[in-house]
Design a protein around this ligand. Structure first.
Ligand SMILES: [Zn+2]
Length: 241
């Protein structure tokens, strides 16, 4: 947890910039963090910089491989979509080239089977285009969430007081079981319906079981037997709380 952080600094090891976080923990953890492949080491005060250096050298090939994987993913589906003419856009697991249609009376996005049409005023800059796209993504995600939630809640016998779509930096979804509140990351709208549904069901299962324990995964297997394949498609961009 962030509040365990004692102090942090950067180490340069064989040309690799390593962000070291000193925490009140027992073990040493190495992560290659999305989206840009930052190398992060969490260590206790007992570990020396030499220990960290040794781990980095030992895991060097793995780090390089993880960074390559992240770079490929980032190229395939950038964290922040590029919105110039012809740029590929993902929507519900399919790709559409962006067609910008200027001088629109009303700014809007229309999806055809071949392309994403962005109707926008002629003088709109890239920021305006991105705002329009993100607003549209938000509405589409909300629409999908509203369509899927009642059926699943009913099937699972849970009550949902509030379900919302949010732009989140690190999580696909989260659940507050006490408040019966579910939040899903708006970015899910770029992935298939199967992925969207997987995160939703994961969060709904938390209304029955708070922890990620055997009971939790038993319920996942019961409600969504192919959840592991669905998780695979999500490609680990964010964590699932
Ligand atoms: Zn969870």
């Amino acid at each position: 947890m962030a509040n365990d952080l004692i102090h942090a600094y950067t180490l340069n090891i064989d040309g690799l910039s390593v962000w070291v976080q000193r925490k009140r923990i027992r073990h040493l953890y190495l992560r290659v963090r999305p989206p840009h492949g930052d190398v992060v080491v969490s260590a206790s005060h007992r570990h020396t910089d030499a220990d960290i250096q040794a781990i980095i050298k030992q895991r060097y090939d793995w780090i390089v491989q993880q960074r390559r994987r992240l770079a490929e993913r980032e190229q395939r589906m950038p964290s922040t979509p590029t919105v110039h003419e012809g740029a590929m856009q993902w929507f519900m697991g399919a790709q559409y080239p962006l067609v910008i249609i200027p001088q629109a009376r009303r700014n809007r996005i229309e999806l055809t089977s071949q392309a994403m049409h962005m109707h926008i005023s002629a003088n709109a800059d890239e920021r305006k285009c991105l705002d329009l796209l993100q607003g549209w993504q938000h509405r589409q995600a909300k629409k999908q969430l509203t369509a899927l939630t009642p059926g699943w809640a009913n099937r699972m016998g849970v009550e949902v007081a509030e379900c919302r779509v949010r732009r989140m930096k690190t999580l696909w979804g989260s659940c507050n079981p006490l408040a019966q509140r579910i939040w899903l990351n708006v970015d899910l709208i770029r992935y298939s319906r199967a992925c969207f549904e997987y995160v939703l069901v994961h969060e709904l299962v938390h209304l029955l079981e708070r922890g990620h324990n055997a009971r939790f995964y038993g319920l996942m297997d019961e409600f969504l037997p192919d959840w592991r394949q669905r998780r695979e498609q999500l490609n680990g961009r964010y964590a699932i709380d």
